[in-house]
Design a protein around this ligand. Structure first.
Ligand SMILES: Cc1cc2nc3c(=O)[nH]c(=O)nc-3n(C[C@H](O)[C@H](O)[C@H](O)COP(=O)(O)OP(=O)(O)OC[C@H]3O[C@@H](n4cnc5c(N)ncnc54)[C@H](O)[C@@H]3O)c2cc1C
Length: 514
């Protein structure tokens, strides 16, 4: 028997892909080598466009615990430990969802199980070979070792991906071996926290705003009070002596003294753990030379990793890899994928990953020690008074400047971009656009005067979800969304002309083979 898809790795990205494949009608099996989800503290939250994407799948509410749609941060953010004044922007692209990775994995696993995904814990991919029809996967398990045949294997098995290595895909990039990052959940003197701003007022140094890294010529310092958790305190230094000694709060305190020049008396964290207490030396920014090899595909950290300075791009990219690949692979399995659809996964997601390399490298350069970097930062500080510069850097950090090639039909500014949320009035009542995309199907939103786009193209509801509506927002008047919520076609005309209808027809053919 040949399984549709085997996913190596039940981390956040593997589980997200499993959900997406199931929504699109494929039957994935997830093989996860750990018996229980990892307790290792990793991501403290999600940043950027992924937050909106999760709302478009109904997962934002589960993760935030609130029915409120995501709201952008319109105040202040950071690029290379320099302030980005988001209040200068009309439309801030910076969204944040402070949820620990453990909880993200838990929510995605629950969702995958609801959708009928089979998750085999304690099962590890240890070998693979491919022929014309399938991938044969060697699996080590608590019982007997066994083999599985699958039409596709997805490596969602993290930065040290066995799948990538077995497929012979190289992982070139940059290693920052001079950098040491120390982090710990800890208590800080209660009287130092400003109740109005949440800033940490460090005597002899000044106010350190929460979640806003500080750079000095000797290193970096940050203070991140996660809701419901003890604050995460971190430093970054260069050229530290190597040591095998276990990390301690005292070591972090000494590091803070070197970086800020004053003492911050850290205490052990309150509450239930697990708590972070780590020293990471070096960091990698790498992108796999290929995201696919025959029937094997890579997503998430298996395909790209970023040194910690990139503003947390890991899950912003990885979860969107999963959403990009899911519907395309499911269409290939159903036999309905138009030519080139599956190849577009690599083209689209590789360019998004490369953009984050740029982001990580630029930020790493701006936080490096030395007076020359201080000079560079002064020039940047002047540039950051310009709203256009702030917009560009905010979009880069949020991954919101991704624009896919939609076959040269980018006549509307939204084409190729992630769909904005819109309040719509449909014949059955008011709805947000983000609520119409939860089934992960192609969607045509028709706001034109005659609401007859579907009719004029003889489109059927089993091919594309069709919603006619009215909106207070002036533009666009019609949108075709791919299941990953990117705009494949859009119009601003109240009555699209025959040329526009022709381009809509071409978009339907290119993405859905209709
Ligand atoms: C300290 C730290 C802080 C971070 N903070 C942030 C942040 O704030 N925001 C953010 O977006 N990102 C952050 N990241 C990055 C983020 O954690 C990763 O991008 C994310 O974990 C990648 O998810 P993944 O599913 O691709 O891989 P992983 O989370 O690594 O999951 C891979 C899974 O595959 C399993 N596996 C491995 N090999 C096999 C095999 N051969 N067979 C079967 N299963 C296998 C593993 O057990 C694991 O469960 C942080 C990372 C670290 C280390």
């Amino acid at each position: 028997m040949i399984t549709d898809v085997v996913i190596a790795g039940g981390g956040p990205n593997g589980l997200m892909l499993a959900c997406e494949l199931s929504l699109a009608g494929a039957r994935p099996v997830v093989l996860e080598r750990l018996i229980e989800p990892s307790e290792e503290p990793k991501a403290n939250g999600l940043l950027g466009q992924v937050v909106k994407m999760l709302d478009h799948r109904g997962l934002h509410e589960r993760l935030s615990g609130s029915p409120q749609p995501p709201q952008p941060n319109s105040r202040y953010f950071m690029f290379g430990a320099m302030g980005l004044d988001l209040s200068l922007l009309q439309d801030s692209p910076v969204y944040a969802l402070p949820v620990p990775q453990r909880r993200i994995v838990q929510v995605l696993q629950e969702r995958a199980i609801e959708l009928g995904v089979e998750i085999r814990r304690g099962h590890e991919v240890v070998g693979l070979s491919q022929d014309d029809d399938a991938v044969t996967i060697d699996v080590a398990s608590p019982g007997e070792a066994y083999q599985l045949r699958a039409r596709y294997l997805i490596g969602a098995d993290g930065a040290h991906s066995t799948t990538r290595k077995l497929s012979g895909i190289k992982f070139p990039g940059i290693t920052y071996d001079r950098m040491t990052v120390r982090s710990a959940h800890a208590t800080v003197p209660a009287g130092w926290v400003d109740p109005a701003t949440g800033a940490l007022n460090v005597p002899g140094y000044g106010a350190v705003m929460p979640f806003m890294p500080h750079r000095t010529e000797r290193g970096g310092f940050s203070y991140a009070p996660m809701p419901g958790h003890p604050p995460l305190v971190s430093t970054t230094e260069w050229d530290q002596p190597t040591t095998d000694a276990p990390m301690s709060l005292e070591e972090l305190r000494a590091s803070i003294r070197r970086v800020l020049g004053v003492d911050v008396p850290l205490g052990p964290p309150d509450g239930q753990g697990p708590h972070a207490l780590r020293r990471l030396t070096g960091g990698n920014t790498r992108v796999a030379e290929r995201f696919a090899d025959g029937r094997v595909f890579l997503i998430g950290d298996a395909a790209h990793v970023y040194a910690a300075t990139g503003g947390g791009p890991g899950l912003n990219l990885g979860l969107q890899d999963a959403v990009n690949l899911g519907w395309k692979l499911a269409a290939e399995i159903r036999g309905s994928a138009p030519s080139g659809l599956l190849n577009s996964y690599e083209t689209e997601r590789r360019s998004a990953a490369q953009r984050m390399v740029l982001n990580a490298q630029a930020q790493a350069a701006l936080i490096a020690p030395g007076s020359d970097v201080t000079g560079l930062r002064e020039v940047f500080t002047e540039l950051l008074r310009d709203p256009d510069t702030v917009q560009r850097l905010a979009e880069l950090t949020a991954g919101a400047d991704v624009r896919y090639d939609m076959g040269g039909r980018e006549t509307h500014p939204l084409t190729g971009r992630f769909a904005p949320d819109m309040d719509l009035h449909t014949p059955t009542g008011p709805v947000r656009l983000a609520e119409l995309t939860r089934t992960a199907r192609p969607l045509l939103v028709d706001l034109t005067e005659e609401a007859s786009l579907a009719e004029s193209l003889a489109l059927r509801h089993d091919q594309v979800d069709i919603v006619t509506a009215r909106s207070q927002t002036p533009a666009p008047t019609a949108l075709l969304l791919r299941p990953d919520c990117y705009v494949a076609w859009a119009s601003a005309s109240p009555r699209p002309d025959p040329m526009e209808i022709e381009t809509l027809q071409a978009a339907l053919q290119q993405w859905f083979g209709i």
